[in-house]
Ligand binder design. Structure first.
Ligand SMILES: C[S@@+](CC[C@H](N)C(=O)[O-])C[C@H]1O[C@@H](n2cnc3c(N)ncnc32)[C@H](O)[C@@H]1O
Length: 211
């Protein structure tokens, strides 16, 4: 955890209660060790989407559809494309999205996100939340699909705070931390993006496509 646990709990308790479905998915994710976006980060995304009002969203990393449903609730008019490579999780995501009543505007793709999408796909918002070592690939592939004025939200960019103290990363974590460090530096220096890094949840980068 990168934030003070007491403050994190305090903030989490201020977030309005979720629907029974989202609450159930939070419990399932915890019980089965399925990584989902942390609650304070989901609430930040919700506020950003309420402000930004995107009409189309691309999510990279569906898992069981938890964040997909948050996105759908925060942007009730948006068409969402979401993709994952894990068939089992995707089957659950399809059922969960149907239960949330938003299946008709959500396209769930069983797809390796490193393969990209046809150029005809255009979005107002890109949410990156899949393999952290491949964030740069995802950004390079999908930034051209984002309209000018669109938002890129990248989760886990501070990865347990280890980006600030990489020498504390384990031998196994280090290559991924190095890739995240390079990704964050790329975001920060990207001429087409204006990025802010928020120490919320596991670290959220919010980038505006300026040109
Ligand atoms: C952190 S989870 C996504 C959590 C989800 N966004 C949420 O908050 O509810 C990351 C997901 O990315 C998927 N993933 C990893 N590499 C991928 C790739 N190359 N293409 C598509 N999905 C990938 C994994 O299968 C996993 O379900």
């Amino acid at each position: 955890m990168i934030t003070n646990p007491a403050i994190d709990e305090y903030i989490s308790n201020l977030i309005p209660e979720r629907s029974p479905l989202l609450t159930r998915l939070e419990q399932e994710a915890k019980a089965e060790n399925i990584p989902i976006v942390q609650l304070p980060s989901a609430q930040v995304m919700r506020t950003l989407l309420l402000l930004h009002q995107p009409k189309s969203i691309l999510e990279v990393g569906t898992a069981i559809g938890y964040s997909t449903i948050w996105l759908a609730e925060a942007a009730p008019k948006a068409r969402i494309v979401t993709m994952d490579i894990d068939e089992e999780r995707l089957a659950r995501a399809r059922a969960n999205v149907a239960e949330a009543g938003c299946a008709e505007r959500i396209e769930i793709l069983s797809r390796d996100a490193t393969l990209g999408l046809p150029q005809s796909y255009q979005f107002d918002c890109l949410f990156i939340d899949a393999a952290k070592g491949q964030y740069r690939t995802f950004l390079d592939l999908y930034l051209p699909h984002l309209r000018v004025g669109g938002l890129v939200i990248s989760d886990n960019v501070l990865f347990r705070g280890l980006v600030a103290t990489p020498d504390e990363a384990s031998k196994r974590q280090r290559p991924m931390i190095d890739k995240l460090l390079a990704f964050n530096a790329h975001l920060a220096g990207h001429p087409d993006l204006e990025t802010t890094f928020l120490p919320v949840g596991d670290g959220l980068a919010v980038s505006l496509k300026k040109k």
